[in-house]
Design a protein around this ligand. Sequence first.
Ligand code: SF4
Length: 241
Amino acid sequence: MNADDVGARRLRVAGLTRMSSVDWPDRLVATVFLQGCPWDCFYCHNPALIDPRAPGLLSWDDVISFLERRRGMLDGVVFSGGEPTLHAALEPAVDEARALGFGIGLHTSGAYPRRLERLLPRLDWVGLDIKATDDGYDRVVGRGGGADRAWRALELVLHEHQRRAGTFGYEVRTTVHSDAVDEAGLCTLADRLARAGVGTWALQRFRTTGTRERMPRADGPGRPVNLGIVDSRRFEHLIIR
Ligand code: SF4
């Protein structure tokens, strides 16, 4: 056992989806959910995964032995959460999954750009949340400084995409709840994302599935937001979910 093996075993795994066709577009993957997130988005669909002190429910060894049995049957592994980049142990875990021949995807809010920067050369695809305009970010995530971190993460992702054209993909994602981003906010975001060079932007309509009954800092499900306000011609792929 080397030092990296010990590191990966410290990963706190909250759950495992054994087969998913929706967590990484056009790939069949297993999705590993990690415990803990530094933020507290009012619309979080996995609020049980926010507590960073909660223990994991599954060992990394169990995940690896499952993956060993699925070699050749799945395209990749997606690390999700919670916020997976919270964990120093993510780096050795990514290396172990990659060594088994899997492509590696990551869902992240961009809360830890420095760890993301170290991980990017070992990743094949990233789904990155951009949650709001700068002035609305703190209200959505319930903490300060989120906007700067998320936009720095976006810079890194776009740079990696330029550097490894054809072998590294990404999707920027925004959950649309009227208390997070309204029509005016969508136009502001669209302009900034297009100017930054984002090609793929997924707008995800807010759904109540998995959310808390009384969401903090939000007025229930909010009002419908007109997604048609975004000029789709500014993006290579504008995805509406
Ligand atoms: S960043 Fe993701 S996991 Fe963390 S609170 Fe927000 S929605 Fe939930």
